[in-house]
Design a protein around this ligand. Sequence first.
Ligand code: TRP
Length: 443
Amino acid sequence: MSTVRFLTGITTSGTPHLGNYVGSIRPAVRHSKAPGVESFYFLADYHALIKIDDPARIQRSTLEIAASWLAAGLDPAHVTFYRQSDVPEIPELCWFLTCVTGKGVLNRAHAYKASVDKNTAANLDPDADVTAGLFMYPVLMGADILMFNAHKVPVGRDQIQHIEMARDMAASFNHLYGEHFVPPQAEIEESVATLPGLDGRKMSKSYDNTIPLFSSREQLKKLIAGIKTDSRAPGEAKDTEGSALFQIYQAFASAEETQALRQAYANGIAWGEAKDLLLERIDREVAPMRAAYEDYMAHPEKVEALLLAGAAKARAIATPFMARLRGAVGLRPLNAGLQTPNANAAKAGKVALPTFKQYRDKDGQFYFKLAAADGTVLLQSRAFASGKEAGQTIASLQRDGRDAALALQALGALTDVLEPLDAADLAAAAEALAMLAEHVASN
Ligand code: TRP
């Protein structure tokens, strides 16, 4: 069975809350134990630098998030759990991808556009307070994903555009330098509802309405007491619809427990009593993890060691892969197989490859074309009785295309099966063949 590679990053910019637990940590930990799955989880601390300029907060958040994932049952022996900044190949790949990403594509990224729109609305310079880091956010994320050739990337809906951009980066790079990257796919957990916060809006740090995952029981009790309810008195039936308390309960409870609370709402349970039920239910799940969390927080050196071991595992993949990518783009030792630069590639700055296309026409006969990357037809064959003959002719052209002179000879020898070409066409076709051959040889 072939394994599917899952990868996701967690920005180290805050303290994990119940919404993170229900929406990301818990499903990821469960998922990482499924057969046929290889998972990569990492602390996106380079990404955190885009939003946060408080070094103490970055460090603390990194520890809190790592401790939370470990306490929640992530097994670092089974998954690859690492810190982004421990893998220097990631920023290196980020640069390679920067060089194949259109600036216009990044102009359209939601997060950047939102800042520009806000500035424009406020009559400010469109780029006021926008760092190049924010602008480049999607490229760094592309490097995170493509570095490990992840197939699936579990993310929230707000991140789908970034995954699509990573796909485009993979395609552009592959087109220029050969097949190195797998196009990743966003994996959206439809079944995981977003958790409401204390005020009923989505639980989010930016609304300041969160319940930290590892609050003490007393803190948890205090925070739960602050969940917004309506003013219905004990004995009055209550609505489950729109009740943040009910939705949070549901995220932790079994179907039967949820049904029992639904009934209690109908029977007019007092809000205070419902809050006690919620406290007990959450604490039942969190308490066993709390001890482990507190132990990790008290022993950061344990977390540090686990992350360094994770980085070594990650780099066992990243280092050789990066070496291959360096070679592919031409960052090569000078004593290793010096090649003749391709005239076209030098002109364009990029290698856009011609392609052979074989097809069967309406007349039932077989043909092929050689087309430049821009679609211009450079060679058109005459009819062949079989696909095999057409294929053999393509193969011989590919074989003889190693340099332009050989390619010209080959084309000359094949006048009977090619449409007549004038000298200029012939030269262009020969050059295309040589370019194709060189590309194949270097990959
Ligand atoms: N941008 C993601 C978020 O804010 C975090 C992240 C960084 C990420 N790199 C990633 C997620 C790579 C998935 C894959 O949620």
